[in-house]
Design a protein around this ligand. Structure first.
Ligand code: HDE
Length: 713
């Protein structure tokens, strides 16, 4: 804890008011960063450095105008403003990035790959990570039901390595040629321009139900994986099979994994719906608060390593991105860690302009013939030109390598890295170092040796044709609670589909995955007739054993660390109870926020003023992992008249949260008819010593047995 407090202080001490980040600041001859007026105030200038006389009024003829075109400061200001926007990403438009480092903790990879980043245990490699949703536009809400992007850029000493992954280990499609169709179908429909950031519409389910290869992913996206509680509590996956290439050029197959140190956690759907209204920035705020508070998010870096013999023996094709390799079959070996410890200085310069590409791999890492991966290698470089406007996007500080680099590329829009001298080709006689820079057969990037021959054709491998076996395996690997959420999600999404035939077509696929699931969804939709099962391309659908690694609840943290308790308080709150709760939460590594009738705070039973974080109508319980209700007697009577306080309790209960309550809370519970329903997830705080047991219970994160009793439809 002492370490955490120290880190928190350091993070708070970090300068926040510099006008430019160091990467872009221009200094005068004496190192000055500003022209200074007589009073010592930094002077505003135009982009040409001309000091501005008046930034409140444009240049006019008389005080009522007309405005003169001569006003170059006005023209420049408007001109620049008019051009502030760049195209948002065609997918993954809404994202949030942070800096940190990667380090190897186990030397195992050093002999399998020449990648410099794997060679030295404990050496920190700078990293930048951008998390994102996929379908929503840049201004959409964070807690959309959607896949999350998990894109990692490692600035290694032999160039940038981008692992452009997701929080789900498989994908919708097998071949890049289907990507534009998938994304068109998922995003707003082209005639009406809605719905925004959701897949609950006809086009999406039409395409999906016509694409049996998407069925495994359909199960994942209808699971709680697409409703993460925080970026900090989700896994990341490289998805494709890549190669590690050793010094002899021999390659080993590998899949990359990121596992959150604080365990997995998701929110429930009704909570997500409300969160998007209460705080559309819920995920980015969580990340910002954690890092600036010194609670640095951390992931373990794991690898599944396998060889040609495994590839031959595996039931599926390792080149098929709609399949995973169960961890029970090839365990994930943890060999490193990723820590995020610095927020960006400037959102646009870093998070918006960062440009990832699956094609960015250093020596020692190789591609496979996964047709999705091969398409991506083209698409990412291509899209950066459109988005960032110049081939010189690599000159931007966030994209430039942090190791020495020297290309012979030149010119182009906004070239900022311009070599001196005469040598812009090679071989040449001019360069000081033997006509360099030259290619290097010793350290230069070399792909894995691979013999390839075959007919030119448009087809897929036979093993790509099993679309249901792993979908079924995913479903049977979930706990009953998670299975219920999957059923509910299908019913919700398909209920928003207006065309009955599309709903039925989707159910016809579910029949091949799990009959019980199909039946419940059909019932939930009020489907009059059960459709026939979809005809599988490959007749045999395997019943694979459950894989516990695929469940969120089974991989939860079992502790409250990194989580938040919201305490609803009023004037007169019992300071002994409040203090005990605060101490217990902090002891568990969590955070406490007070929600009160006024944000200025409350006067506690001992006369002390405690400031609140939220006014009750702006701090609904969806913002918290667990809640405590601690009003005084008078306060309880007040809250019983306040709709948002009643919602606070009702929602916490409906979302299966642990609830602690002080002696007067029952007035509020009576008012909302909750008293008779209080269960083992609701703990009475009779004395300060009860706080520790409550926080201990909160480690389960939700009191799931309540859920079935609160959802009748
Ligand atoms: Fe992407 N994807 N993708 N994707 N993707 C983009 O690149 C693409 C796929 C992923 O935070 C785009 O710079 C194709 C799988 C992430 O900046 C674009 C195909 C996975 C991000 C693109 C895929 C991803 C992107 C849009 C199928 C998980 C955000 C803007 C062949 C393994 C990166 C951009 C960031 C972004 C193309 C499939 C992850 C258009 C063609 C599979 C995390 O280039």
């Amino acid at each position: 804890m002492a370490e955490k407090t120290k880190a928190r202080k350091l993070a708070q001490a970090a300068p926040t008011s510099t006008q430019f980040s160091d990467a872009t600041v221009t200094r005068g001859p004496g190192g000055e960063t500003h022209q200074v007026s007589e009073g010592g105030v930094p002077v505003l200038t135009t982009a040409q450095g001309i000091p501005v006389y008046d930034d409140q009024n444009s240049l006019k003829v008389g005080p009522r105008g007309p405005v003169l075109l001569e006003d170059f400061a006005l023209r420049e200001k408007l001109f620049h403003f008019d051009h502030e926007r760049i195209p948002e990403r065609v997918v993954h438009a809404r994202g949030f990035g942070a800096h940190g480092f990667f380090e190897i903790t186990d030397p195992a990879l050093a002999k399998l790959s020449t990648a410099d980043v794997f060679q030295r245990v404990g050496e920190q490699t700078p990293a930048f990570v951008r998390f994102s949703t996929v379908a929503g536009n840049k201004g959409s809400a964070d807690v959309a039901r959607d896949v999350r992007g998990f894109a990692v850029k490692l600035y290694t000493q032999q160039g940038n390595w981008d692992i452009v992954g997701n929080n789900i280990p498989v994908f919708f499609i097998q071949d890049a040629i289907k990507f534009p169709d998938l994304i068109h179908a998922a995003k707003q429909e082209p005639d009406r321009g809605f719905p925004q950031a959701q897949t609950a519409h006809d086009n999406f389910w039409d395409f999906l139900s016509l694409s049996p290869e998407a069925m495994h992913m359909a199960m994942w996206i209808m699971s709680d994986r697409t409703l993460p509680r925080s970026f900090r509590f989700m896994e990341g996956f490289g998805v494709h099979t890549f190669r590690l290439i050793d010094v002899a050029g021999k390659s080993t197959f590998v899949k990359f994994h990121w596992k959150p140190k604080l365990g997995l956690q998701s929110v429930v759907w009704n909570e997500a719906v409300k969160l998007n209204g209460a705080d559309p920035d819920f995920h980015r705020r969580d990340m910002w608060d954690a890092i600036t508070g010194g609670d640095f998010p951390e992931w373990e870096f794991g690898v599944q390593i396998f060889d040609e013999a495994f590839v031959e023996s595996f039931d599926f094709d390792v080149l098929d991105a709609t399949k995973l390799i169960p961890e029970e079959l090839v365990p994930v070996k943890i060999v490193g860690r990723l820590v995020l410890n610095r927020v960006v200085d400037n959102f646009f310069a870093e998070t918006e302009q960062v440009a990832f590409s699956t094609g960015n791999v250093p020596p020692g890492i190789g591609f496979t013939n996964d047709p999705l991966l091969q398409g991506r290698n083209f698409s990412y470089l291509d899209t950066q030109l459109k988005r960032l406007g110049s081939t010189n996007f690599t000159h931007l500080p966030i994209n430039a390598p942090k190791c020495p680099f020297h290309t012979l590329q030149q010119d182009g829009h906004m070239a900022m890295i311009n070599p001196r001298g005469r040598a812009n080709y090679e071989p040449n006689s001019w360069g000081p170092e033997k006509g360099g820079p030259r290619e290097s057969p010793t350290i230069g990037y070399k792909p894995a040796a691979e013999q390839i021959s075959g007919d030119k054709l448009q087809a897929r491998g036979d093993l790509f044709a099993d679309h249901y076996s792993q979908a079924r395996q995913f479903y049977v690997s979930q706990t009953a609670v998670e299975q219920l959420h999957i059923k509910d999600a299908f019913v919700f999404e398909l209920s928003k589909v207006e065309t009955p035939a599309i709903r039925a077509r989707m159910v016809s696929h579910l029949l091949n995955i799990d009959k019980g699931l199909a039946k419940t969804v059909a019932d939930g939709l009020g489907l009059l007739e059960m459709p026939k099962p979809a005809i599988p391309a490959r007749k045999v659908i395997e019943t694979l054993p459950p894989s516990p690694a695929l469940s969120i609840i089974q991989n939860g943290p079992k502790r409250f660390e990194g989580r938040k308790l919201g305490i609803l308080v009023t004037d007169g709150v019992d300071m002994a109870l409040l203090g005990a709760l605060q101490k217990a939460v902090e002891g568990a590594g969590g955070l406490v926020e007070l929600v009160a009738p006024k944000v200025g705070g409350v006067v506690c039973s001992d006369g002390m003023l405690m400031p609140a974080k939220q006014k009750v109508n702006g701090g609904p319980s969806v913002l918290y992992d667990a809640v405590a209700i601690l009003p005084s007697a008078e306060g309880a009577a007040l809250l019983a008249q306040e709709a948002t306080a009643k919602d606070f309790v009702n929602d916490a209960f409906a979302h299966a949260k642990f609830i602690a309550y002080g002696p007067h809370a029952t007035v509020l519970f009576d008012k909302i008819n909750l008293t008779a329903d209080l269960d083992a997830g609701c703990l009475a705080l009779k004395k300060p010593a009860d706080a520790a047991a409550f926080i201990q219970a909160c480690g389960a994160l939700r009191f799931w047995p309540r859920e079935a009793k609160t959802h009748a439809v």
